[in-house]
Ligand binder design. Structure first.
Ligand code: C2E
Ligand code: C2E
Ligand code: C2E
Length: 88
């Protein structure tokens, strides 16, 4: 839905991400792997990423950051609490 707002605190569930088919989550999985590599952060069950990264990923998925937030919650990659309170 176009009225959705982007997540403000983005903590990706890496275990859930691994369970999803690559044709859906491939770009996100590669992005997360690149961040883990840059940080040397390989041991986590979750990965905190920048709000800026959500904007980049939204372009890759051809969605608004709010739409991508909803998609990630639907996939179980973000917890439902990641959706900010709606003002409508
Ligand atoms: P939190 O932000 O609620 O994170 C809870 C736990 O999730 C962290 O426990 C860690 O086990 C995991 N986690 C979250 N993001 C990542 C990530 O990007 N990579 C990995 N490997 N694990 C992640 P931890 O490390 O014991 O931290 C406890 C709390 O300490 C955090 O709660 C946060 O409040 C604070 N903290 C830790 N590191 C940072 C940081 O770099 N910046 C800030 N502002 N707070 C931090
Ligand atoms: P950088 O952007 O020059 O950041 C250098 C260091 O500053 C980081 O080393 C980290 O210790 C700290 N830092 C910068 N921004 C933040 C922040 O928002 N929160 C926290 N807790 N620390 C921050 P680190 O972690 O070894 O990362 C090395 C490089 O890897 C970064 O250099 C950046 O180029 C890239 N990188 C790491 N994580 C991310 C990410 O989540 N998104 C993006 N786009 N790049 C990342
Ligand atoms: P955090 O460490 O709790 O940082 C929260 C917010 O404070 C960041 O949101 C950013 O707006 C600001 N901030 C913190 N450190 C820096 C810094 O060194 N430089 C600048 N310009 N701003 C900073 P943001 O960017 O949405 O990041 C969200 C979370 O993603 C961070 O929470 C941290 O857990 C993780 N993260 C982001 N970038 C890095 C990084 O380069 N390395 C590591 N290890 N974690 C990062």
């Amino acid at each position: 839905p176009s009225g959705s707002e982007p997540a403000t605190k983005i903590v990706i569930n890496l275990e859930r991400l691994q369970q999803l088919p690559a044709d859906k989550v491939g770009p996100l999985a590669r992005y997360a792997a690149a961040i883990q590599s840059q940080r040397g952060d390989y041991n986590g069950k979750v990965l905190s990423i920048r709000a800026e990264d959500l904007r980049s990923l939204a372009i890759i998925y051809d969605k608004t950051p709010g739409e991508l937030t909803d998609q990630l919650i639907d996939w179980g990659v973000l917890p439902p609490e990641a959706r900010p309170h709606r003002v409508d």
